[in-house]
Design a protein around this ligand. Sequence first.
Ligand SMILES: CC(C)(COP(=O)(O)OP(=O)(O)OC[C@H]1O[C@@H](n2cnc3c(N)ncnc32)[C@H](O)[C@@H]1OP(=O)(O)O)[C@@H](O)C(=O)NCCC(=O)NCCS
Length: 171
Amino acid sequence: MGFWKSLFSTTDAAAPKSAETDRQTVPTVTVGNSRILFSTDRDIDLYELEELCDAVGWSRRPLRKVKKAIQHSFLVVSMWEQRGTQRRLIGFSRATSDHAFNATIWDVVVHPDFQGKGLGKALMRQMIKRLRSEDISNITLFADPHVIDFYRGLGFMPDPEGIKGMFWYPD
Ligand SMILES: CC(C)(COP(=O)(O)OP(=O)(O)OC[C@H]1O[C@@H](n2cnc3c(N)ncnc32)[C@H](O)[C@@H]1OP(=O)(O)O)[C@@H](O)C(=O)NCCC(=O)NCCS
C-alpha cells in the first residue's frame, strides 16, 4: 500500500498544473509487467465498461443511456492496466457539472482484482485534481453506505451542517 501511495504521489507531483495540459498528459505507474495509466478520453468501449460494472455486481443499465451519460459528463477518468500491447479497463469514474461552481461524481469503480491497492484513492484524486483545476469548489457525490469511510478518507463529509441529500423517484 505504501508502495502505491509513494508511486502515485510522485506521479501527481510531476503532473502539470493546467487542466488543458493535464488532459493531454496521462499519468502512469509501473508495477511488475503492468503499467497503470489514467485517461480522460471518453471514447470507452461500453461493453468493457459493462464488464467492469458487472465485476462489482452493479445492475446493468441500457448501453445507449450509459453512452449518453458519458458524452454529457463534464469529466471522465478511466484507469487502465497496460501489459505489452494489451490494455484492460480496471477503473472508472465520471462527474457532471454546471461548469462553474458544482460537480457531482458518479460511477466510481475499481475492478475487484485491483481493489485494496490504493487505486480507488488515486482515481478519486485524479478526479478532484482535475475538477479543482477547473475552479470547481463544490464537489459532491452519493456514497453507498459501505463506502462512506472510503470517501471520508478523501476529505468528503457526510451531511455537512446537517444538509441532507434528497431524492425523488417515480412511483
Ligand atoms: C470503493 C472502491 C472504489 C475503493 O477502491 P479501492 O481501490 O479498493 O480503494 P483503495 O485501495 O484506494 O483504498 C483507499 C482507502 O480507502 C479504504 N477503503 C477502501 N474501500 C473501503 C470501503 N469499502 N470502506 C471503507 N474504507 C475503504 C482503504 O482501506 C484505504 O484506506 P487507507 O488509505 O487508510 O489505507 C472499490 O472498492 C469499488 O470499486 N467498490 C465497488 C463499487 C463501489 O461500491 N463504488 C462506490 C459507489 S458509491
